[in-house]
Design a protein around this ligand. Structure first.
Ligand code: NCD
Ligand code: ZN
Length: 449
């Protein structure tokens, strides 16, 4: 008998579209061919997933893979290997690489250069500094356009400080039905606030948090939302959670007034003690303990559209000066391999549901990015699947992670549950925290809607 399918995963608890139910998943030619009780279906490979949970592979909206130009920190191969081991099957890479992705030419060259190095699928963001270049990047397949309303370590070349430029970017996004995401802020206000903190002798991690939560971020956020309302276009706010709970309140008010605004949060897994213990290594996702609870509630309630890893590796050498002076080192930490494990641990400890996890980590990001074959376990979708083991556990060991930088703020943490294996278009890429595929088979995805 000829096998009808390439792969059948049997008896899994399949979570998709808000429902968790026991089912078999049949895969042919990289796509899901059938889901249900599949008694007659033969396959080349059969996987017994009786004790496992099958979710759509995580769709990561916001990561920094550092290629080209910053490959001493990470590259597409190491970053996507980390993703695969962490249950992530689509990674959307931010444009603050070198050269910055601000022109159609830079976009096409980057897409071309990384083509053979992707262990999972990769989408590319365009940078929104040159309105004339945007349509070209849209046509070339950029999944969205990112605007940096602040300059900072590593993204100065993408700084868009003026409102007329922001308005032009938003107008193009509206016309071309494209997602626009902003890192909100105000450079002048931020510089003044930072000077004030420095003058008060503050050079600790909490001072950095105070700046992130301060008036510069909130003013920038309000300005972004006001501009979006004027242009009349939906907008997305990158890593809202790093700006504090007042930023969440600001978004709530805008929504109540009729704005269409979507948001990301980083997984709230670094609290006050981590901040004090790890300093710059915990930035920028760390928050006060009392805020951890507030963000978890917003995430569990579905108020947050997407969990973002904001995987932003920097080397230990780059971080080291921050141990004496927080202002002397770049914020950001690796997170691609650890975010789903942390999120699933939170499911098993009752903070949120597995259905909500799938929604915020796969389905909704896929929809926002126009990646219509991703984010669901349903007939016709790409067979991107993470199998989770609720009975397993995992202790994070930074020496064993795939990221090039070799450190993690989550080192030493023991988590409930573990990522059992990751399939990309029906092909097993990673198992038990290790890459098992022989070569990379990920695509550079192009947004075509
Ligand atoms: C990012 C980086 O290092 O590129 N830093 C960070 O704190 N996450 C930049 C960014 O996300 O804006
Ligand atoms: Zn980022």
């Amino acid at each position: 008998v000829q096998p009808r399918h390439d792969l059948v995963i049997r008896h899994a608890t399949v979570v998709s579209d808000g429902v968790a139910a026991t089912a078999d998943i049949a895969v042919a030619n990289g796509r899901i061919a059938n889901v249900g009780t599949l008694t007659g279906e033969a396959a080349a490979t059969e996987v017994d997933a009786s004790d496992l949970v099958a979710i759509p592979g995580v769709v990561e909206m916001h990561a920094h893979l550092r290629e080209p130009g910053l490959t001493h920190k990470e590259d597409v191969a190491t970053g996507t290997r980390a993703a695969a081991c962490g249950g992530v099957t689509t990674v959307c890479d931010m444009p603050n690489t070198l050269p910055p992705v601000a022109t159609e030419r830079a976009f096409r060259e980057k897409a071309e250069a990384i083509g053979g190095s992707c262990w999972v699928d990769v989408g590319l963001w365009a940078g929104g500094t040159k309105p004339d270049e945007l349509r070209g990047m849209r046509r070339a397949g950029a999944i969205g356009v990112k605007v940096y309303m602040v300059s900072g370590p590593g993204f100065e070349p993408l700084y868009t400080g003026d409102i007329p430029t922001l308005e032009s970017v938003l107008a193009v996004a509206k016309e071309t039905h494209w997602l626009v995401a902003a890192h909100v802020g105000d450079d002048n206000l931020a510089a003044a606030e930072r000077q004030g903190l420095i003058a008060a002798g503050r050079n600790d991690a909490r001072a950095f948090l105070a700046l992130q939560h301060g008036d510069a971020s909130l003013t920038g956020l309000r300005r972004y939302l006001d501009t979006a309302r004027r242009v009349d276009v939906p907008v997305h706010v990158a890593h809202l959670s790093i700006f504090g709970v007042e930023a969440l309140e600001t978004v709530r008010r805008a929504r109540a007034a009729g704005a269409t605004v979507t948001t990301e949060a980083c997984i709230p897994a670094l609290g006050s003690r981590d901040l004090d213990r790890l300093g710059i290594y915990a930035l920028a996702s760390a928050m006060e303990d009392r805020d951890v609870e507030i963000w978890w509630r917003a995430i569990a309630d579905g108020e947050i559209d997407a969990i973002a890893t904001d995987h932003a590796p920097h080397t230990r050498a780059e971080k080291a000066p921050g141990e004496r002076d927080i202002w002397a080192a770049p914020p950001g930490h690796p997170a691609l391999q650890t975010t789903l494990p942390l999120a699933y641990d939170a499911v098993l400890t009752g903070r949120w549901s597995i259905e909500s996890l799938v929604d915020a980590m796969a389905s909704r990001p896929a929809r926002l990015l126009g990646l219509h074959s991703k984010g669901r376990i349903a007939v016709g979708a790409d067979a991107d699947i993470a199998l989770l083991d609720p009975n397993g556990s995992w202790t994070v060991d930074q020496a064993e992670l795939e990221s090039k930088v070799g450190w993690s703020p989550f080192d030493g943490r023991t988590l409930r549950g573990r990522v059992h294996s990751t399939y990309l278009r029906g092909r097993l890429v990673a198992r038990a925290g290790e890459i098992v595929a022989e070569h990379p088979t990920g695509y550079v995805l192009a947004r075509r809607d």
